[in-house]
Ligand binder design. Sequence first.
Ligand code: NAG
Ligand code: NAG
Ligand code: NAG
Length: 349
Amino acid sequence: MADSSSNSLCKPIHIAFAIAFALLISSPIGSYGFTAQNVINSPLLTKKIATNRTIKVDINGNGEFTSIQAAVDAVPEGNSQWMIIHVRKGIYREKVHVPSSKPYVFLRGNGKGRTHIVWSQSSNDNIESATFKVEAKHFIAFGISFKNEAPTGVAYTSQNQSVAAFVAADNVAFYHCGFYSTHNTLFDYKGRHYYDGCYIQGSIDFIFGRGKSVFHNCEIFVIDDKRLTVRGSVTAQNRKSADENSGFVFIRGKVYGIGGVYLGRAKGAFSRVVFAKTYFSMTVLPAGWTNWSYAGGTENLYHSEYDCHGPGAEKGNRAPWAKQLTEKEAAQFMDISFIEGADWLPAWL
Ligand SMILES: *[C@@H]1O[C@H](CO)[C@@H](O)[C@H](O)[C@H]1NC(C)=O
Ligand SMILES: *[C@@H]1O[C@H](CO)[C@@H](O)[C@H](O)[C@H]1NC(C)=O
Ligand SMILES: *[C@@H]1O[C@H](CO)[C@@H](O)[C@H](O)[C@H]1NC(C)=O
């Protein structure tokens, strides 16, 4: 009796799920009409980029190359049409450099938990240590993890840095990628960039440079550094003057992890960082921002938050120069117009 009644209850539930699923898959996904629950995936980017030029890389030998760098080398100098370098799952232990002479590369992985580019090097020269370097305009990556496995952050070791990715060109976007290291993970050096749905891990200054970048819905994971007693910072943005058009903008996403962290430290006198609608766990220290090892005045720092939430978002003990933006002040940072993304991004949220 109990069995038959539960069986008869199951049917309408199945039907309801089938209808919900059918609605879900039939809902239109246009290029501009994204809503919060949509995801920019590999088929969508591939469709937008619309090229018939693809090079396959497979570490097991079922592609044209087993090395990603060999595939980049095969892209013609002065390339002017999109080239897809499809990297099948695997751990590729190599440094990869996309030089400025090879624009329009779409480096397409099989997911950030499946396609990894890994190297292990620490140096007192950030660029030297980088696992991945892009200096070409119009570069897109999807579904790849970039890792620097050098054992920085270990107690009583050197102060060396270990960069996972060096991003040094205009019009560069990463979708659903991972950046793994400790000290100085992501060197966002220069140009306009978009990071969507990325995972970025580190301890000290782990997103740094003078790029003009939007981080949309990214997961910032803080790890403890065992060398130092001072706390690290998520960002060390290095804007140097009022007319320099750089800055890091974080929209939605979250900051959490192990140990305590500042959202940013003053690196340049005009350092500009905005966290908007972001979740902060207790990992974010009450002061929020720091002027550690910075000699200048704090009056030109643009260390700001807008409508953030979570236990680390308490405003009461923030550094005296930290700004809480009004909706009007925040408006210029709240979408891809900050990086003129409509002119060059294949897709955005
Ligand atoms: C690739 O596309 C270009 C431009 O649409 C076309 O001219 C070319 O014939 C295509 N090549 C192949 C191999 O399909
Ligand atoms: C630190 O970097 C220097 C080069 O800048 C290198 O010679 C040295 O081996 C590195 N130390 C460690 C522990 O990796
Ligand atoms: C640096 O920050 C501390 C703590 O907020 C503050 O007391 C100090 O005045 C700041 N230094 C400068 C140069 O503004």
